[in-house]
Write a protein of this length. Structure first.
Length: 300
């Protein structure tokens, strides 16, 4: 990676700024806080950037300096500073990829330039031995700084990491680190739910509690959704039959009328029978025609 005059100037400015900040915070160098911004170290940085080497293993010669957001953001936004150049500089100073995410620099860079997309970021960070999971947690985490990015900047990444979506989706439940609502929303970005996540989503959609509505949303584009719901009316578990009946009633799926009537006539579980009766009413069937008498709540 050859340094152009403009790129070299941007690096000089960053180095001078970091050197000044570090000097102010560590006025007297010690064994734990060495004077790391000397000319020799700067020469090593320039050699590393110019070399084809990407991943640089830390050998303990430097303590990571503070993540000075303004300095790094100005550096990242410099016209001649490419992403590989930016990340190599961070890596040399023992700052990892997550520091650029947490500081908001990547988000600001995208807002200013329209790049990189999430998939482009993944392809870059894998060179530095970071995984796509770092990006997925960043996008779906509670801060979710990239949530206002347009779909075209996010969708290719999600399509490329379906198994990761599945891994984070199962087992279901609340998390202190991730906003699970955005896992479901990520699936809705895809043309249709990938087959590998359909069964876990159906399970949540039919018997989930807190996440049932989110699972319904994530399955909205499933081509044979209604057929799968109807099939669940004959499931061996009563709670799934309840969920299937409730779902069919909510979406008012008229072609399910015959299947609901047949399931209702065979149902032995009071809760499931009541849910099926509700669904039939939502589809416009008179109670008298269904049960042969006036409405009696099957659930007591």
């Amino acid at each position: 990676m050859q340094l152009t005059p403009d790129a070299s100037e941007a690096l000089d400015e960053l180095w001078a700024g970091l050197k000044k900040v570090y000097a102010e915070k560590n006025a007297v160098p010690t064994s734990k806080n060495p004077a790391v911004f000397g000319d020799e170290i700067f020469l090593r940085l320039r050699e590393y950037i110019a070399s084809p080497e990407t991943y640089l293993k830390s050998d303990g010669w430097i303590n990571s300096p503070p993540m000075e957001r303004k300095l790094w953001l100005r550096f990242a936004l410099s016209k001649e500073v490419t992403l590989p150049f930016f990340f190599k500089t961070m890596r040399f100073l023992a700052l990892d990829f997550t520091a650029a995410l947490r500081s908001g620099i990547i988000n600001e860079l995208f807002k200013a330039t329209g790049s990189p997309t999430l998939l482009e970021l993944q392809q870059l960070i894998e060179v530095y031995r970071f995984s796509a999971e770092e990006l997925m947690w960043w996008y779906c985490g509670w801060r979710g700084e990239a949530r206002d990015w347009p779909d075209q900047a996010v969708l290719p990444f999600m399509a490329h990491n379906v198994e990761l979506l599945k891994k984070l989706l199962i087992p279901p439940g609340p998390s202190w680190s991730i906003d699970r609502e955005w896992l479901f929303k990520a699936i809705t970005m895809l043309p249709q739910p990938p087959e590998s996540v359909v069964d876990p989503l159906l399970n949540l959609a039919l018997k989930g509690k807190q996440e049932r509505v989110l699972a319904h949303m994530a399955l909205a584009k499933l081509p044979d959704k209604e057929a799968r719901i109807i099939a669940a009316l004959a499931d061996g578990k009563a709670d799934l039959r309840v969920g299937a009946a409730q779902w069919l009633g909510q979406i008012a799926y008229a072609p399910a009328l015959t299947a609901l009537e047949q399931a209702y006539s065979k149902e032995k579980n009071d809760l499931a029978k009541g849910a099926m009766l509700d669904a039939l009413e939502q589809l416009g069937q008179p109670v008298e025609k269904i049960s042969g008498s006036k409405r009696i709540d099957e659930r007591g």
